[in-house]
Design a protein around this ligand. Structure first.
Ligand SMILES: C[S@@+](CC[C@H](N)C(=O)[O-])C[C@H]1O[C@@H](n2cnc3c(N)ncnc32)[C@H](O)[C@@H]1O
Length: 254
C-alpha cells in the first residue's frame, strides 16, 4: 500500500507548496512519522522550506528517520523529532499552529480514532489541513473479521484497528470539512499462497495480528483460504489482494 500513499502525498505536497507560496516556511506536524518515508515524499513534493516536527515515540524509528537516504530538501527546511505521544502533548499553546498535520497510518494505534483526530484538527492553522492516510475496510480488515473470531474463540469480537469508515464516522462528528480520495493498492500474495513459504506465514501473521508460526496446519490453511478466495491477478500477472488506502484532507470549519 505504500507506493500509492507515497505518490499521493508527493502530489499533495506539490499542491500545498503552490498554495503556501515561496518565501515562507510551511509549518508541518507529523504524528508517528515512523522512518519518515511518507513524510519525506510530502516534503519533497512541497518544494518549499518547511519547519517539520515529528512526534515519534519509538527510539529505533527516530534513528531510522534521521538515517534516511533522502533527496536533498529545500534550503531552509528544518527537521525535528520528539518522543512525545499524541494527543497527550497537544495543548492550548499549539492551537492553530500548523499548515499541515500528517497522520499517516497512525490511527490504528488508538482504541478510538476520534480524540487524536479532534486534537489534530485543533492545531491546524487557518488555510491549512490535516491529512490522514488509513486503510480502507476492504482487504485485510475483511480477512481479520473472517478469521479472528475463530482464533479468539469468541463471537463477541471487535476489530482492533480502525479503517477509513471509522475515520469518516469520527470526522462527521468534528467541526471540520473533509475530502476523501480512495487510492488503489495491492498486496503481493505469491508467498501467502505458497504452503511451503515461511515468508507467507509471516505475512499472514502480520496481517491478522496473530502469530501463526507453530499453529496447527489446519488453522493456518483456514487463514490461507481466506486470503486465497480474495486473490486477483495483479499488474504483473501474479496474485494480489486488493488493499486500498484512503486519504482524507481535513480542514477546520471556519
Ligand atoms: C504504522 S506506523 C506508520 C509510520 C509512518 N507514518 C508510515 O505511514 O509509514 C505508526 C507510527 O506511529 C507511532 N505512534 C504510535 N502511537 C503514537 C502516538 N500516540 N503518538 C505519536 N506517534 C505514535 C509508532 O511509533 C509508529 O512509528
Amino acid at each position: 500500500m505504500q507506493p500509492a500513499g507515497l505518490k499521493w502525498l508527493r502530489r499533495y505536497g506539490e499542491a500545498r507548496g503552490n498554495e503556501v507560496g515561496r518565501g515562507r516556511r510551511a509549518r508541518v506536524l507529523s504524528v508517528g512519522p515512523g522512518d519518515g518515508e511518507l513524510d519525506f515524499a510530502f516534503l519533497e513534493g512541497l518544494g518549499a522550506p518547511a519547519a517539520f516536527l515529528g512526534l515519534e515515540p519509538s527510539p529505533r524509528l527516530r534513528a531510522d528517520f534521521f538515517a534516511r537516504d533522502a533527496a536533498p530538501l529545500p534550503v531552509g527546511t528544518t527537521l525535528a523529532l520528539s518522543a512525545a505521544a499524541w494527543p497527550e502533548c497537544a495543548g492550548e499553546a499549539l492551537e492553530g499552529a500548523y499548515d499541515t498535520v500528517l497522520l499517516n497510518h497512525v490511527l490504528y494505534y488508538f482504541e478510538d480514532c476520534g480524540p487524536p483526530l479532534a486534537a489534530a484538527v485543533a492545531v491546524v492553522a487557518p488555510g491549512g489541513a490535516a491529512v490522514v492516510l488509513v486503510q480502507a475496510a476492504e482487504g485485510v480488515p475483511e480477512i481479520q473479521a473472517e478469521v479472528l473470531p475463530g482464533w479468539r474463540g469468541s463471537d463477541d469480537w471487535r476489530r482492533d484497528v480502525c479503517t477509513a469508515d471509522d475515520v469518516e464516522a469520527a470526522l462527521r462528528a468534528l467541526p471540520c470539512t473533509y475530502e476523501r480520495a480512495d487510492l488503489d493498492a495491492d498486496l503481493d500474495m505469491s508467498a501467502v499462497l505458497d504452503p511451503a513459504s515461511d515468508d507467507g506465514v509471516a505475512i499472514m501473521s502480520f496481517c491478522v495480528e496473530a502469530d501463526l508460526r507453530g499453529a496447527a496446519p489446519a488453522a493456518v490453511d483456514a487463514v490461507r483460504a481466506a486470503f486465497a478466495k480474495r486473490a486477483v491477478p495483479g499488474l504483473g500477472g501474479g496474485p494480489v489482494l486488493r488493499e486500498p488506502v484512503v486519504a482524507f484532507v481535513v480542514r477546520p470549519r471556519e
